[in-house]
Design a protein around this ligand. Structure first.
Ligand SMILES: *[C@@H]1O[C@H](CO)[C@@H](O)[C@H](O)[C@H]1NC(C)=O
Ligand SMILES: *[C@@H]1O[C@H](CO)[C@@H](O)[C@H](O)[C@H]1NC(C)=O
Ligand SMILES: *[C@@H]1O[C@H](CO)[C@@H](O)[C@H](O)[C@H]1NC(C)=O
Ligand SMILES: *[C@@H]1O[C@H](CO)[C@@H](O)[C@H](O)[C@H]1NC(C)=O
Ligand SMILES: *[C@@H]1O[C@H](CO)[C@@H](O)[C@H](O)[C@H]1NC(C)=O
Ligand SMILES: *[C@@H]1O[C@H](CO)[C@@H](O)[C@H](O)[C@H]1NC(C)=O
Ligand SMILES: *[C@@H]1O[C@H](CO)[C@@H](O)[C@H](O)[C@H]1NC(C)=O
Ligand SMILES: *[C@@H]1O[C@H](CO)[C@@H](O)[C@H](O)[C@H]1NC(C)=O
Ligand SMILES: *[C@@H]1O[C@H](CO)[C@@H](O)[C@H](O)[C@H]1NC(C)=O
Length: 445
């Protein structure tokens, strides 16, 4: 018995060895054409390694050659050659060389297919696993938040189907290094996104049959406003000291995305100016502090900064040098003063002429002494001699007995004296060469 058992075991082992050794000789194999068939396409399950002439071959769904699993059997020399089996479907067709053609593939066509081939050299069989592939759909990138602020956690998801591989890219540069990808590369996460991460991203989904890129997703990182500054004509200044009448342009700027809205205040009063540039035509009213406020509607951040504008009026200060406008004022003052003096002189002249004519017609030997005297003066000679101040305040017209020599021609006009130099002045008729300025003694005889 034990010998028998050994013999049986030995024969079994020999059989196994033989079958392993025999296999390559009659090896059938099945290639898929194309190698990766897709839904909707056709595939040929192409049989190679058939020795001899085919008598008959059959295709089965599944790994076993049970009659119930038969799709079709094919006898090349018969008419018609093909006989349909239990598992037949109209998209399946046998080919004379032993292959099976399946058109218009559907997902449920996937699975094991087995062929059995009978030649004059005997039967043989082989199986193949048919995979029906589905093309990837065009990927779409979605962000889990429509509003991304700097330092937020942000996630982009590449939505696609049937992808075996997903890759991310950026049109305008390399992918940031501070990102993490999920295991399937479907989600890309910025744990703390920065402004430089703004850009155009895409993902690409791929499987064995196709590869498609998503449209560009423009990722926008909102930040700021920061570094708010006010610049004047000469750059950044915090104090402007300017005269009335000058014009001053203040420009407010900040680092921000989106660009901020600006807002100006003067001494905390809203100017209702929303431009980055504020132009001031300076009068004393414009003196004070100017505040620029910048607000970012996306980040909800508002910042403010101020400058002081001191407006001064030169004409109100003691030093009146410099601007031509001031000089013009002074010149106008002088001119007005001269005109006033001239008018007074003209009035005096006219008055005296009038008097003289009256005297003349009366034929009286009188003189009219017109003099400018101190307000309390009575025209007495001693008073001229002692008066040292310039006196304008009153003009006395006095008629007094004539003192001129009778030889003086009638109608001869002499100027009465007006002492405006403050020097002592003698009584005019006796001292015609007196160096004090004598204008106003006018004598009619
Ligand atoms: C069998 O015939 C089909 C259709 O003509 C062809 O595509 C295929 O390559 C053939 N297979 C072999 C092994 O010749
Ligand atoms: C079968 O055919 C192949 C080539 O087609 C050949 O190499 C092989 O020796 C053949 N086997 C037998 C048993 O005839
Ligand atoms: C056939 O191939 C598919 C994909 O390659 C695999 O998922 C499936 O398990 C295979 N089936 C068998 C029976 O090997
Ligand atoms: C976006 O995804 C990240 C990571 O999953 C999460 O931390 C964050 O809260 C999400 N944001 C929103 C608005 O859902
Ligand atoms: C973001 O974080 C960095 C480092 O913590 C910080 O310096 C920066 O001010 C933050 N930016 C914003 C906009 O909060
Ligand atoms: C994920 O992306 C990396 C880098 O792009 C790539 O090497 C890897 O093959 C991808 N993995 C998958 C599953 O798509
Ligand atoms: C402004 O300028 C004027 C003239 O240069 C000067 O007198 C005045 O002191 C200045 N005021 C200030 C506050 O600097
Ligand atoms: C002008 O403004 C400055 C700064 O606000 C202030 O100190 C100064 O008193 C103001 N001068 C006048 C004349 O209002
Ligand atoms: C920004 O501020 C407005 C009004 O104060 C508020 O309604 C809005 O929710 C805020 N937005 C964010 C993102 O904080």
């Amino acid at each position: 018995m034990s010998w028998n058992r050994v013999t049986v075991s030995g024969m079994y082992a020999l059989t196994v060895l033989l079958s392993v050794w025999m296999q390559p000789i009659s090896a059938l194999s099945i290639q898929l054409i194309p190698q990766y068939p897709a839904v909707g396409q056709s595939v040929t399950l192409s049989v190679t390694g058939i020795n001899g002439t085919i008598k008959v071959f059959s295709w089965y769904k599944g790994p076993n050659i049970y009659a119930d699993n038969q799709i079709l059997s094919y006898i090349p020399r018969a008419t018609p050659p093909q006989t349909n089996g239990n598992q037949y479907f109209s998209r399946a067709r046998g080919l004379p060389n032993g292959s099976l053609l399946i058109s218009d593939l559907v997902i449920t066509d996937r699975g094991i297919y087995t062929v059995s081939v009978q030649t004059e050299k005997g039967p043989n069989q082989e199986s193949v696993n048919l995979t029906v592939y589905i093309p990837v759909t065009k990927p779409v990138i979605r962000a889990n938040s429509s509003l991304v602020k700097e330092n937020d956690t942000a996630t982009l998801t590449c939505e696609t189907e049937n992808a075996e591989r997903i890759a991310w890219g950026r049109s305008n540069g390399r992918l940031p290094s501070a990102i993490t990808l999920s295991n399937d590369n479907r989600t890309l996460t910025f744990s703390s996104i920065k402004r430089l991460d703004s850009g155009d991203y895409y993902c690409e989904a791929e499987n064995v049959i196709n590869k498609i890129k998503s449209d560009i997703y423009t990722l926008t990182v909102n930040y700021g406003p920061e570094n708010l500054i006010i610049t004047g004509p000469n750059g950044i200044e915090s104090l402007f000291n300017l005269t009335v009448g000058t014009s001053l342009s203040l420009r407010c700027s900040a680092v921000s995305f989106p660009p901020p809205t600006y807002h100006w205040k003067h001494n905390e009063i809203d100017l209702r100016k929303y431009d980055s540039i504020l132009t001031l035509d300076l009068s004393l009213k414009e003196n004070g502090s100017y505040t620029c406020t910048a607000s970012n509607s996306k980040t909800n951040i508002t910042v403010a900064t101020s400058v002081v504008v001191i407006v001064y009026d030169r004409t109100l200060t003691p030093e009146t040098t410099g601007l031509s406008g001031d000089k013009i004022g002074i010149i106008i003052g002088i001119v007005v003063a001269i005109i006033v003096v001239a008018l007074i002189a003209a009035l005096i002249y006219l008055f005296v002429i009038q008097k003289a004519r009256q005297k003349n017609s009366n034929k009286k030997n009188q003189t009219t002494d017109v003099s400018v005297t101190p307000s309390s003066g009575n025209g007495h000679a001693d008073q001229y001699g002692t008066e040292n101040e310039i006196q304008y305040s009153s003009v006395n017209f006095t008629a007094r007995p004539g003192r001129q020599p009778p030889s003086q021609a009638e109608h001869e006009i002499q100027y009465s004296s007006v002492n405006i130099s403050g020097r002592p002045a003698r009584k005019p008729p006796a001292q015609p060469n007196d160096d004090s300025i004598v204008y106003s003694e006018l004598r009619l005889s």
